[in-house]
Design a protein around this ligand. Sequence first.
Ligand SMILES: Nc1ncnc2c1ncn2[C@@H]1O[C@H](COP(=O)(O)OP(=O)(O)OP(=O)(O)O)[C@@H](O)[C@H]1O
Ligand SMILES: [Mg+2]
Length: 381
Amino acid sequence: MLWWRRTAPDRADQAEVDRLVESWSRVCESIGLTDDRDTVTGVTHVVPRIEHVTLGGRCAEHATEERTCGCAPAPTVLSVRLVPGMLVEDIRDKGRRIARSMGAQSLRVEARGFTHALVTLLTEDPLDRVLSLPEGPLTGPVLIGTDEQGQDLTAGPADLGHLAVQGATGSGKSAFLYALLSQLAARDGVTVTGVDPSGILLRPFQGSLLGLSDPEIIADHVHRLVVEMDQRIKRIPRDRDCLPESEGLRFLVFEEYPGLLRYLDAADPKIGKRVRALVARLLAEGRKAGLRVILVAQRAEAAVIGSTERGQCSTRVSFRVDGPDAVKLLHPDADPDTAAAHASSVPGVALVSSPGRPLTRVRAPWIGGYSEYVRRISDAA
Ligand SMILES: Nc1ncnc2c1ncn2[C@@H]1O[C@H](COP(=O)(O)OP(=O)(O)OP(=O)(O)O)[C@@H](O)[C@H]1O
Ligand SMILES: [Mg+2]
């Protein structure tokens, strides 16, 4: 028997419960979220069963018929019994498609023991709000963002690996990097440098190459980063395969990397080729030398961040880009709905591929603008 709860149940409520159960079953069948059993009459598709419905729409606490209390309306919550072999992650992975079929914006899916999931139908995008990043801990993992389930997506500085960040103009790349670099700079033993054609992002970091100068100077600067990498590799102890953490972790940022290469190619294609080869070495060998590369682009063009570079960047972040094809450049596993919907994301909302996690939609942290970024970096120095 299906249970549902709300004060003063009426026919309209019953009809709504029936509609939810019906659309749940239909969408689960159509996306293959089923336990398929061979029977004498053929294959039967068993969907995860809704066992309880708490209808939303009214204030959860006061449960008044009229919304007079001023509280936010409560969302509808389904209690679902998983079919054998199914995980809550299986529902989460298909959350966007299920939500849309059930008239919701997105789903929050929480485990209830090993056999049940609590599925909340969210009518508003949970990422549609600013995530302020207070001055946080000086040790431990850094915050990449908060996901649709309200969970923090974090990574230890060393575990970030190389990063690729893309997004159209105004989509939130710089704001994300302000938050990320200020968290990194606050940690002992972590340093940041790189090449920044516009000269704004890396201005607070001494030793960075700012602005588009003589192409030879840019190539020599990147060459020096590779020489530094080679020296660090030589310092790897004989009984280890990577530089100990005590030698420090160094992040090398290439802001607007495709634009940088275009500039170099236009000046002298040989210099462009040389810089590509140097960055390829940093990506291929930097990890064991305690170096992490961050490639930033408005669009991670395949000619610049091809499948090799994509594979080497274990953390890949896409803010709003112009369409599903651009999403696929960094996240080939993105399903068509997610990739298409991302074209209209608000600034600060990103898709993130990171080690050991399926593609995750997150709200990136906001530290409060450029002057706050400069202050945090100078405080960390
Ligand atoms: N995480 C966020 N939270 C709240 N607001 C944000 C966030 N990220 C970006 N914004 C808003 O969007 C604006 C543009 O963001 P940002 O400067 O980071 O874009 P961008 O991708 O670096 O653009 P460009 O390619 O032109 O440099 C910010 O000034 C801010 O108002
Ligand atoms: Mg920017």
